[in-house]
Write a protein that binds this ligand. Sequence first.
Ligand code: PEP
Length: 253
Amino acid sequence: MSQRIPLIAGNWKMHKTGTQAVEAVHQLKHLVASAANVEIMVAPPFTALFQVGNALKNSNITLGAQNLYWEPQGAFTGEISAEMLMDAGCRYVIIGHSERRQYFGETDETVNKKIKAALAAQLIPVFCVGELESERDAENTFSVLDKQIRDGLNNVGFNGKPHIVIAYEPVWAIGTGKSATREQAQEVHLFIRELLKKQYGHEFSSLVRILYGGSVNPGNIKSLMEMPDVDGALVGGASLVPETFGKLVFYND
Ligand code: PEP
């Protein structure tokens, strides 16, 4: 039996004002109050973090951010530091989402700096990796992931503690309604776990959680979660409506 507690995480991207986000988490709190043996996280936009953090106090839902900047402070207009996210009540921070790589020029090197900054501040990075459709078609999925993970974790030490979550998000599956099959997800998750085993040892790799992301919905989550190396889901669209998010949390019922 795996020691890994499943994590169901909602990435709200650039959706919801502070008021709308608080309204949504009030509903979600109620819907998932009885959830056991599962961790729940929501990542609203920066502007909603404080309000949502306050609304989540004494609940079983944790707070995450969608990005950070690696410097601790300074003249970096428009950026947000790890310490600021901690102060807002975050426990997690999503790093290297494919939309950040695609639209905002993030590279494996900047992702690496962000992971280090998050860890230095005791934030848990949700480190996103995934191949493009053209890379899968060219049978380069494993080499692409190998590079993303090696470079993203370059010189990152964990002292044996699995203080990171990996999210495998095939880019062709994000927001497209075309999820990876559970066999495709399992194959990649196992590859990632083996890679982490080589780098960080057996204990670390057996404890680290690997989430699947890409068009997860209440109809496909159970089947994905049945796979031995799928430890949760990072969900965009289907996490925006509290009733639907609630169904994802209770995927096993
Ligand atoms: C995401 O953006 O992380 C994601 C997985 O989106 P969606 O669930 O909408 O495919």
